[in-house]
Each structure stands twice: as structure tokens, then as C-alpha cells.
Design a protein around this ligand. Structure first.
Ligand code: OAD
Length: 252
């Protein structure tokens, strides 16, 4: 009787179009808080509507930008964990044999790219990139804490800057959505890793993959709304499951 890990490894060794969606759970083992974990999540200590919205930024840009710079520095100090590293190696193996691999992440911490993943689509933007509110021009602040809040724009006197992350009520970057759609159109294996699957459109990607007849996978230590509808559900941490999947890929 093959285990889910063995099935997933075999599917990764033979399929042609892999699509992965990740959430904050993939970075939990890098000590970056998730959103909805009741005890340790970012939101255990505050209501997201008070900081992660354009209205909150309009009303109190100092508090919002101070909090995001705090998160930015936390992400810069974090290191990719075995789950990130295994995903990057899985991508290399799939593409080396001519397959396509698209990593759609809801995370803004940049750890997939730092781990070596190359085809990464940042659906919710990146906390490492900020932009001028007057001109829209983007920049990457240095490794030290910003000196003033809200930070002054480096491009326009008198203008302030904000993080290039998607806030509640804001549209996702069109180029990210287009990339996700293109990837799902040729998907023959779909993996949902470390996400509570409650925020759309990412939560709906599993439906698009299922509609194409692609086998679907969930890796999450807790059940979610999609756990019952995936082909293989792995009730484990991504930092444990992904290295185990990678290890078995070498047998195929
Ligand atoms: P959540 O905090 O909603 O969910 C994190 C998921 O990761 C949960 O289902 C946990 O069970 C799971 N998890 C925890 N530790 C894990 C581990 N070691 N390995 C694997 N899974 C683990 O975070 P997201 O699903 O990413 O959007 O939240 C989606 C979006 O909601 C975020 O991108 C953010 C928020 O609104 C924006 O800010 C626009």
C-alpha cells in the first residue's frame, strides 16, 4: 500500500505541469508567525483590519509603516527552512526533466527565492519592496530599521512610502494573477502547502486544478476546508513532509 508521500513523489517524477500554492505555514519553521494561529499568529495580538488595510494606512500611516518595517526586519533575519529548500530542489528536478514548475506564494517574506526557488509568483507582494505613494516607483530599503515613520519617499519630496504588499480590499497584482492562470491552465499536479485556504483567489486554485482532472495534494498539520477534496492529504509540517517527498523522488 503506497503512502501519500510515495504517491506524491511518483507524481512529481512523472508529471509535466506542477503548480504549488504556499501560505504562511511554510515559513512557520523559519520562526515567522502565521496569520491565524490563535496563540502565536500575527493576529493573535491585533485585529488585521486595524493595520493591513488602505484605510488603516490613510488614518495612521506611522503605525502601519512601523509595523510593516518590523515584519520586514523579521523576514530579513529569518532563514529558509528545510521545506523551502526541498521545494527549490523539487523545482530543479521537475524542470531538469522538461517539466514546468510554478510556485504561487501568498507569503511576502521572500524566503522561497532566498531558498533557490526560481519561478516564484508573489501573489500578495513582498514586504522587502516599498513604493512611493506619489509616483508608484519601487525601492528596496536597506537591512537596518527605517529611520522615520511613515518613511519619506526617496523619489518625491514631501511624499511618503508604503510596503508593496496587498492589503485587504486591494486587488492582487495583475501580472501575478495572469501567471497563476497560465500555470493552472497546464497543471497536471497541484500542491497546496501551509495555507488555511480561506483567502481567495489562492483558496480557489485547487478547484481549477481539480476541474482539469489534476491530482491535488495538501500538506498541513491541521485540516482545512480543502482537506476533504484533495487526492492526497499529508497531515504534517512542510519542513518534514517536503524533504521526505524529495528523498523518494530519487527512487523514480
Ligand atoms: P494562515 O495563518 O491563515 O494559515 C497558515 C496555515 O499553515 C494553517 O492552516 C496552519 O495549520 C498551517 N501551518 C502551520 N504550521 C505549519 C507548518 N510547519 N507546515 C505546514 N503548514 C503549517 O496563513 P495563510 O493561509 O498564508 O493575506 O493566509 C493567507 C492570507 O491571509 C495571507 O497571505 C494574508 C492573510 O490575509 C494578505 O495579507 C493579503
Amino acid at each position: 500500500m503506497k503512502t501519500a508521500i510515495q504517491h506524491i513523489s511518483q507524481a512529481l517524477s512523472t508529471c509535466s505541469g506542477v503548480v504549488v500554492v504556499t501560505g504562511a505555514g511554510v515559513s512557520a519553521e523559519s520562526r515567522i508567525p502565521t496569520f491565524r494561529d490563535s496563540m502565536t499568529g500575527l493576529w493573535a495580538r491585533f485585529d488585521p483590519q486595524t493595520l493591513a488595510t488602505p484605510e488603516a494606512f490613510e488614518a495612521d500611516p506611522e503605525t502601519v509603516t512601523r509595523w510593516y518595517d518590523h515584519r520586514r526586519l523579521g523576514c530579513l533575519a529569518a532563514e529558509p527552512n528545510p521545506g523551502h529548500l526541498a521545494l527549490a530542489e523539487i523545482e530543479r528536478r521537475v524542470t531538469a526533466r522538461g517539466g514546468s514548475f510554478t510556485l504561487l506564494t501568498q507569503n511576502v517574506d521572500g524566503l522561497h527565492t532566498r531558498a533557490g526557488s526560481s519561478n516564484v509568483v508573489e501573489l500578495h507582494g513582498s514586504v522587502a519592496r516599498w513604493r512611493c505613494c506619489a509616483t508608484g516607483r519601487e525601492f528596496e530599503p536597506g537591512p537596518e530599521a527605517m529611520g522615520e515613520f511613515p518613511p519619506a519617499s526617496p523619489f518625491e519630496a514631501g511624499a511618503i512610502a508604503r510596503p508593496c504588499v496587498v492589503w485587504f480590499g486591494e486587488a492582487l497584482p495583475t501580472e501575478a494573477l495572469d501567471a497563476a492562470e497560465r500555470a493552472l491552465d497546464t497543471c497536471d499536479l497541484f500542491l497546496s502547502i501551509g495555507t488555511s485556504s480561506v483567502v481567495w483567489p489562492a483558496a480557489g486554485f485547487v478547484l481549477a486544478a481539480t476541474a482539469r482532472g489534476a491530482p491535488t495534494v495538501e500538506i498541513n498539520p491541521e485540516p482545512t476546508d480543502i482537506s476533504q477534496r484533495v487526492t492526497w492529504s499529508v497531515r504534517a509540517k512542510s519542513g518534514e513532509a517536503l524533504p521526505a517527498i524529495l528523498e523518494r523522488m530519487s527512487f523514480h
